[in-house]
Design a binder for this molecule. Structure first.
Ligand SMILES: [Zn+2]
Length: 289
């Protein structure tokens, strides 16, 4: 019998399964989140190998930062997922419970293959060995080729601190002498090929912009899934920096401004830890700017 592991579950597999690497073993729903299990290369256990993983300090960071690209990659047949560091329990409006339900709704809209919350302390998590090891375990579990994470510096201090924590863990995850396990099973070292920081509240000059014109409406739908956080005249909650109509307007303007920089309607911008290579000139958007 082989062993299949997913968070909180260990499932025995019959020996006679055709365990071709990358084969989709099972789709199911766990805690309202759709999950897919794939066979690991050279192993007879299954895991949720993702192509693209986005990690944010708070539920809604990823939706605001790179939901357009996640939707685009999903449309291209890639497997995508989100890991949230905290439940956003210090947010002025709503509760950790309402944020959880909102994240589940956004997960459906983005058609994610996996979403997980690491339950770190909102406002107080640190970039230390203990937190790095928890992130290394998550990165090794999902084995993403590309990792998106928070902006290197921003209005909310969790964003800059989270950004460094995630980027440090992405590097350390590739060191095989750092041992981690999931449900008692040793994990293999894994380093994402690219780490890209999305741009959040403060404008930072991106290194590149991706066209999300076709995905923009669905992105806004995913952002609005966080109904307690953003503008909602029906709610009797204190007004915050992000709950005014102006904030949602600024999300639209930002995407328009980034889109304009590359000659398309809407864009998402990213800062890369390393130089980006193009396979050919065909990848360029040849609109006038
Ligand atoms: Zn945030």
């Amino acid at each position: 019998m082989g062993i299949m592991t997913i968070p909180g579950y260990i499932i025995n597999l019959p020996d006679k399964l055709n365990l071709a690497p990358g084969k989709l073993l099972q789709s199911f729903v766990c805690k309202n989140v759709p999950q897919k299990l794939y066979i690991a290369p050279g192993e007879n256990h299954a895991y949720m190998k993702l192509d693209v993983l986005a990690i944010g300090a708070h539920p809604d960071d990823v939706e605001l930062g790179c939901a357009g690209v996640l939707l685009k990659e999903k449309k291209n047949g890639k497997k995508t997922g989100i890991v949230d560091l905290t439940a956003g329990e210090l947010g002025t409006r709503g509760t950790a419970e309402s944020r959880k339900a909102e994240a589940a709704r956004a997960t459906e809209i983005l058609q994610l293959d996996a979403r997980e919350n690491l339950q770190m302390a909102d406002g107080f998590f640190l970039n230390d060995r203990q937190h790095q090891l928890r992130l290394i375990t998550a990165i090794r579990k999902y084995q993403p080729e590309v990792l998106f994470c928070n902006a290197p510096e921003d209005r909310h201090p969790d964003h800059g601190r989270g950004s460094k924590l995630i980027a440090d863990a992405a590097f350390l995850s590739g060191l095989r002498k750092i041992e981690t396990n999931e449900n008692g099973i040793a994990q293999e070292a894994w380093r994402p090929k690219y780490v890209f920081h999305f741009i959040q509240d403060r404008f930072l000059q991106p290194n590149f912009v991706i066209d999300i014109s076709e995905e923009f409406e669905t992105k806004i739908e995913a952002v609005k899934a966080y109904a307690t956080q953003f503008h909602n005249p029906a709610l009797n909650e204190p007004q915050t920096y992000i709950s005014t109509p102006d904030f949602l307007d600024s999300v639209v303007y930002r995407a328009k401004m980034l889109g304009k920089m590359i000659g398309v309607k809407y864009g998402e911008g990213f800062i890369s830890e390393k130089m980006i290579g193009l396979r050919s000139l065909d990848d360029l958007i040849k609109n006038n700017t």
